[in-house]
Design a protein around this ligand. Sequence first.
Ligand SMILES: C[S@@+](CC[C@H](N)C(=O)[O-])C[C@H]1O[C@@H](n2cnc3c(N)ncnc32)[C@H](O)[C@@H]1O
Length: 245
Amino acid sequence: MPDKLSSIPDEWFNRDFAEQWDKTALAGNHTRAEHLDILLSIVSKEYQAGKTILDLGIGSGQIEATIFAQRPEADIVGVDYSPAMLELAQKRLGSFLDHCVIIQHDFRDLEKLYLPQRQYQIAISVQALHHIPHQNKLELFKYVYRILEDDGIFLLSDRIAIDTAHLSHLYITLWERLEQQAQIKSGWSGEYYLQRLPQKADYPATLEELLTWLREAGFHASCLYLQMDRTLIAGIKNKTSRTTK
Ligand SMILES: C[S@@+](CC[C@H](N)C(=O)[O-])C[C@H]1O[C@@H](n2cnc3c(N)ncnc32)[C@H](O)[C@@H]1O
C-alpha cells in the first residue's frame, strides 16, 4: 500500500494506463462483478431484438463481450472519448463489430454528439459518469431521455459520493468486510480506501443527486442496488405504469 497519497488522475488517453485498467478492472472494486451481473441479467432479459443498446462509456468493451455472449443478435452503439480504450474494445469485440458502432466523443460536448438513427431501447453507463462534472451529468440524462424510445430503460452503475465526514467508521467496516470476502484482494485498509477517494480527480455525485437529476430529466428512477459507494440505478421513460401479472 503506498504510504503517501497524491492526486490520482485517471489517464484514459494513456495506452499503458488503459491496458492496465482493462487487466485489473476488478482490483480494488469488490462490487463490480456483482453489479455487472445484475445489470447484464436485466439487459439480457429486457433487450428486444432489432432495437439498440447505447453504452455511454463503452471503454474496452468488457460489458459488450458479455452482452454478445448472452444475446449475440444485440445491436449496440458505444460512446467513449478515449482512443486507447476504444482500441482495446475493437480488439476484444472482433467479429461482433458488425453489430457494434463505436463513436469517439466527449460527454462534455453533447451538442456535437450525433448518434446513428436507431430505436434506442436500453441505455447503460458503467463507472463512467463520475468522470464528468455534475452539470454535464444532468445534460447527459436529458439527452438519454430524449433519444430513448417510450418504455426505454436507462441503467446507470457508478461510484457515488458518500458521507465520509460523519460515517467514516461505518464505511471502514463495510470496506473491510468486502475486502475479506473478495477473491481479488486490494491489500487496502478501510482507512486507506476512504483517504484515497478525495484524491481522485473525478466528480462522484451522491445517490440522492443522481436520482434527483434523473427525475428532472423525466425518468422514473430508483436505486436497484447499493453496496457502500457503488450503486446501480434504473430510470424508465414511460408514460404509463406497468402492473405485474
Ligand atoms: C472505468 S472506465 C469504464 C469502462 C466500461 N464502462 C466498463 O465498465 O468496463 C471509464 C470510461 O469512461 C470514459 N470516459 C471518462 N470521461 C469521459 C468523457 N468525458 N467522455 C467520454 N468518455 C469518458 C473513459 O475513457 C473510460 O473508458
